[in-house]
Design a binder for this molecule. Structure first.
Ligand code: SAH
Ligand code: SF4
Length: 371
């Protein structure tokens, strides 16, 4: 499942690791910071642009590293507020990164709340029955540099929209790790990438505005609780009892609610922050009022925020979203108990925004072209 690129990716290097490589080559340590400035602050797309580095150093860099390891193959702007980037990696794998702009009342789209959604794996091994990302299993983990590269592509795209001012990634409100893949199944690369995203010498994005979403890998949630960087946590619950949850999420067999809930509590106590429980509403699967009541009790116990998401239909899968009335009734059970709850009217439906669907389509089209 490991992918070794022809050359290591520069976007996977930390200030420490790059300094070490440069010192080995007899370069002064400060060159590392200069190179990272070119990549993250000045957004150089080629080694030749790095004009304060000597020609031999640039030649060495070009031989030793690939800058990003990901190329934009398709940028799809939806009619509403979602912008989806399809990226091709060194081994031709496809991943996606989504920019979501949610307009705020009374302000223009440029002043909307902006979130970036990134992927951590090609495919997913967790096998949740409702999800497009897991349909053909896991192809491979992403490298740390490929995770970082997604955010650089967002920067390039935003820079192109406003040619006169370079966009600060920090002008986005949030980064959510909710694209393709189970982030905690690719733990080391995830933490390395987010360290680079967070660092001053990297993209300088605050850890407290980064949310990692997991289907519930308990030992990794415990590990994450011990990390110094204070990332936020979201749990894909989708079932408020073991009976319902294990029907749709195989991970519940290894980590049932009796194991998951204490791990989430521990995380939330260590960090002193609210955890989010994600709950997709799927008709006649998990949308009963009994489920709403069980979810209410879990949320009250964990002092968690609940995000209700009407299911986004996936081609080839039988699941449907419940009616709006049903969704509201479900939400009312939580509201009545003063649980902090949002019922998300999701954006970007028209461009297949649900996780994994754009990639799936392109893979299918490719298969048609080849076959
Ligand atoms: N693997 C991680 C993160 C990626 S999935 C996780 O499961 O948490 C991001 C979110 O999208 C999860 O909450 C997931 O359950 C949800 N999701 C998957 N397919 C969906 C669909 N068709 N409609 C709505 N949400 C979906
Ligand atoms: Fe994987 Fe998350 Fe999809 Fe489940 S919901 S298959 S864990 S990406």
């Amino acid at each position: 499942m490991k992918f070794t690129p022809a050359k290591p990716l520069l976007t996977g290097e930390t200030l420490g690791s790059l300094t070490e490589k440069l010192l080995e080559r007899g370069e002064p340590a400060f060159r590392a910071k200069q190179i990272l400035d070119w990549v993250y602050k000045k957004r150089a797309r080629s080694w030749n642009e790095m004009s304060n580095l000597s020609k031999p150093l640039r030649t060495w860099l070009a031989e030793a590293f690939d800058l990003l390891g990901a190329e934009l193959v398709l940028g799809k702007q939806s009619t509403d507020v979602t912008d989806k980037l399809l990226l091709e990696l060194g081994d031709k794998s496809l991943i996606e990164t989504v920019i979501i702009r949610v307009p705020q009342e009374g302000v223009g789209i440029e002043n909307s709340r902006k979130t970036i959604c990134i992927s951590t794996q090609v495919g997913c091994a967790m096998g949740c029955v409702f999800c497009a990302s897991g349909l053909s299993g896991l192809k491979r983990d992403l490298l740390a540099g490929e995770i970082v590269a997604q955010l650089l592509h967002v920067c390039y795209r935003e820079d192109a929209r406003t040619p006169r001012a370079r966009m600060e990634l920090a002008s986005f409100d949030n980064i959510v790790v909710m694209g393709m893949g189970e982030p905690l199944a690719n733990y080391d690369a995830l933490i390395r990438a987010l360290t680079i995203v967070n660092a001053d010498w990297g993209l300088g994005f605050g850890a407290r505005r980064i949310t990692i979403s997991t289907s519930g890998l308990v030992p990794k949630i415990q590990k994450l609780a011990d990390e110094d960087l204070g990332f936020r946590l979201a749990i894909s619950l989708h079932g408020a009892t073991d009976e319902v949850r294990e029907q749709i999420m195989p991970v519940n067999k290894a980590y049932p609610l009796a194991k998951l809930i204490p791990a989430v509590r521990e995380f939330s106590e260590k960090h002193g922050r609210m955890v989010t429980l994600e709950f997709i509403l799927i008709e006649e699967v998990n949308d009963s009022l009994e489920q709403a009541r069980a979810l209410r009790d879990i949320a009250l116990d964990l002092h968690a925020h609940v995000n209700l998401i009407p299911y986004n239909t996936v081609e080839g899968l039988p699941w449907k979203r419940p009616s709006n009335t049903r969704q509201e009734k479900f939400a009312d059970v939580l509201r009545a108990a003063r649980v902090s709850v949002t019922l998300r009217r999701e954006k970007g439906h028209d461009i297949d925004a649900a996780c994994g669907q754009l990639r799936l389509k392109t893979e299918k089209e490719r298969a048609v072209e080849v076959g």
